[in-house]
Design a protein around this ligand. Structure first.
Ligand SMILES: Nc1ncnc2c1ncn2[C@@H]1O[C@H](COP(=O)(O)OP(=O)(O)OP(=O)(O)O)[C@@H](O)[C@H]1O
Length: 297
């Protein structure tokens, strides 16, 4: 028997997310599968539920939600033989889209039933895992505003971008160590990505791959508000790297130091995060997670 556990974030995306046992039984034959359904009740609860599922000998744990839910579930499955399944129920669903997992629930369940697994890379910023992206500067401010406006939709992200343009405080003089070089910048954005998609098919790191053992890094120095709007336009037409101030790197590790402050306002997979340290060390663990995906291994 295969033990399959579904961990559902009921407020992901447009909200009121659920899966019925009848639907699941119609796809996962009860003679082959034992099905368990759990709902998260608060932030980070999916992590506790996943840890319990591992103790209960789950073979497959399915994160049903967006990138935040996937992060909470997958962080417990690094270097484990338990397979991660994904049912995209979030707003952006960047990681699911990069993995070619369809948004239609029935289709994503069919993929999970086939159990074809690939290994993907996993990023880490200090002690915190990320699967899609992390960053300092504009993206962290956008996520902070997105979380406070309570609209988990594309409109929510767009509103958060406009609020952030008005209130962005550029972190001062960050020291960057990357690929044997060091330099100092006043950044608009230091964005580090494992995946090539932010969500809604937008990307800041179009060359990124989940399986290349590398992090893709977009660094943009301080720009004025007009340039920020120009950058937004370039993102919309999928040409973010045309911005003159954009520098693009691929690396296994990047260090970001802030000598003026002993904390960073950052984000990991679209969740706002304050990290109390004057240095962020961001690196990649190659092929450390087993994910059920229609992409061939
Ligand atoms: N019952 C709950 N009540 C409130 N928050 C919850 C609950 N369950 C989970 N959460 C939190 O909801 C947040 C958002 O989840 P998630 O990222 O999956 O959805 P999303 O933001 O709509 O999608 P995406 O990140 O793909 O845009 C996560 O931080 C998670 O911890």
């Amino acid at each position: 028997m295969t033990n399959i556990h579904f961990i559902i974030n009921p407020i992901a995306g447009k909200g009121i997310r659920y899966l019925s046992m009848d639907l699941l039984k119609s796809i996962f034959n009860v003679e082959e599968f034992t099905i368990v359904i759990k709902y998260s009740k608060y932030k980070r609860h999916a992590t506790e539920l996943t840890q319990n599922s591992i103790t209960e000998d789950a073979h497959i744990i399915v994160a049903c939600g967006g990138d935040g839910t996937i992060n909470e579930v997958a962080s417990c499955l690094i270097n484990s033989s338990v397979k991660l399944g994904i049912v995209p129920m979030g707003s952006g669903n960047g990681l699911a889209s990069n993995l070619n997992i369809p948004r239609k629930i029935l289709n994503s369940l069919e993929i999970i039933r086939k159990q074809e697994v690939i290994k993907i890379d996993v990023g880490r910023v200090n002690q915190k895992y990320f699967f899609s992206n992390t960053g300092v500067g504009f993206d962290a401010t956008v996520i902070k505003n997105y979380e406070s406006n309570n609209k988990r939709t594309l409109i929510g992200y767009i509103l958060a971008c406009f609020t952030s343009i008005n209130e962005l405080k550029h972190p001062k003089k960050l020291k960057i160590h990357i690929n044997d070089t060091q330099f100092e910048i006043d950044p608009f954005l230091v964005f580090i990505s494992n995946s090539n998609e932010l969500g809604y098919k937008f990307s800041l790191t179009p060359k990124a791959s989940l399986q290349d053992g590398l992090l893709d890094v977009l660094i943009i120095t301080k720009i004025n508000k007009l340039k920020m709007i120009w950058f937004g336009f370039l993102v919309l037409i999928k040409k973010p790297l045309l911005l003159k101030e954009a520098q693009y790197y691929q690396t296994k590790q990047i260090k970001v130091q802030n000598k003026k402050q002993d904390y960073f306002d950052t984000q990991a997979d679209g969740e706002f995060l304050k990290i109390k340290n004057e240095t962020l060390t961001i690196h990649i663990d190659t092929k450390a997670l087993n994910v059920i995906s229609p992409i061939l291994a």
